[in-house]
Design a protein around this ligand. Structure first.
Ligand code: HEC
Ligand code: HEC
Length: 224
């Protein structure tokens, strides 16, 4: 990334992603749903209760019998614990709560569990990552491993790490989730994207989180 975007990310006053964190903090303590609860009612001070939580997502949930990412966990809280409706993908509310919870893990290295039941999803994610797709017939790894550092129509291709999500993208003029990025990368090769929150993207997310193992969380990152 260029100097200017880096400086914007590092500036606690100018990083536009921090507005989402602030809104998330407000939502954290706002009562919602039939039971009159807020996140804070059960979890108290997020800087303690949510410290390092995001670094372990996505993870396999025994009870649900599926992989869950942070967005899905937050929606589970709303529907199962608070009697409130789930928040739509990419809504300001869900992005902000996710950004706020993730922010509590700033500096903590990513470390997801890919043992046991999770292994099969990791495997699926790896297959997706290395499978050619779209009219351009390119796999994720061809850009993010082989062509990292090169330019694609004015964008400098990075190694495709996930420690900055949710991110503020200047191109989008808004916050966006990792799954929104996956859709963008699918479009870039003219492939049919999957749904936000789909099983395919969850497995891909687990694989990429594993691939980013040890990188400190720096959400909300700013991207060109
Ligand atoms: C009625 C109490 C209650 C409320 C309200 C509640 N939670 Fe939870 N939350 C729990 C319990 C209990 C767990 C652990 C069990 C589980 O994961 O299902 C948990 C787990 C979590 C986790 C996963 C922690 C981990 O270590 O993996 C996150 C993230 C979370 N809650 C966020 C939230 C957010 C955000 C809200 C508000 C939208 C919220 N919770 C509201 C009780 C609650
Ligand atoms: C044609 C090349 C290309 C392909 C193929 C591609 N991407 Fe990307 N990807 C990009 C470009 C360009 C960007 C924006 C610049 C950057 O951050 O790398 C990007 C951004 C990303 C980012 C955000 C990185 C960050 O730090 O903000 C992730 C994660 C990512 N891609 C994952 C994937 C995955 C998963 C696939 C396979 C489904 C994929 N990409 C396929 C070109 C590609």
């Amino acid at each position: 990334m260029g100097e200017q975007v880096r400086a914007l990310q590092d500036d606690e006053f100018l990083n536009p992603g921090l507005f989402a964190v602030e809104y998330g903090e407000e939502l954290w303590s706002t009562q919602t749903g039939e039971m009159g609860l807020s996140c804070q009612s059960c979890h108290g001070d997020a800087s303690e209760s949510m410290r390092s939580v995001a670094a372990g997502y996505p993870q396999f949930d025994e009870e649900l019998g599926s992989l869950v990412n942070l967005e899905a966990r937050i929606n589970e809280m709303l529907t199962a614990y608070m009697d409130a409706p789930a928040l739509p993908h990419e809504s300001d509310e869900l992005l902000s709560l996710t950004a706020f919870v993730t922010y509590q893990s700033r500096g903590i290295p990513i470390g997801v569990d890919i043992s046991g039941e999770a292994e099969r999803y990791w495997q699926e994610g790896q297959e997706y990552y290395t499978q050619r797709r779209g009219q351009l017939n390119l796999a994720c790894n061809q850009c993010h491993d082989d062509l990292a550092g090169f330019n694609l129509r004015g964008d400098r291709i990075s190694q495709g790490h996930v420690n900055g999500f949710p991110v503020y993208r200047l191109m989008w003029n808004s916050m966006g989730s990792l799954h929104r990025m996956f859709r963008w990368c699918n479009w870039a090769v003219r492939a049919e994207p999957y749904e936000l929150g789909s099983g395919e993207y969850l497995s891909l997310e687990l694989y990429l989180a594993w691939r980013s193992s040890g990188l400190p969380i720096e959400a909300p990152a700013v991207r060109p």
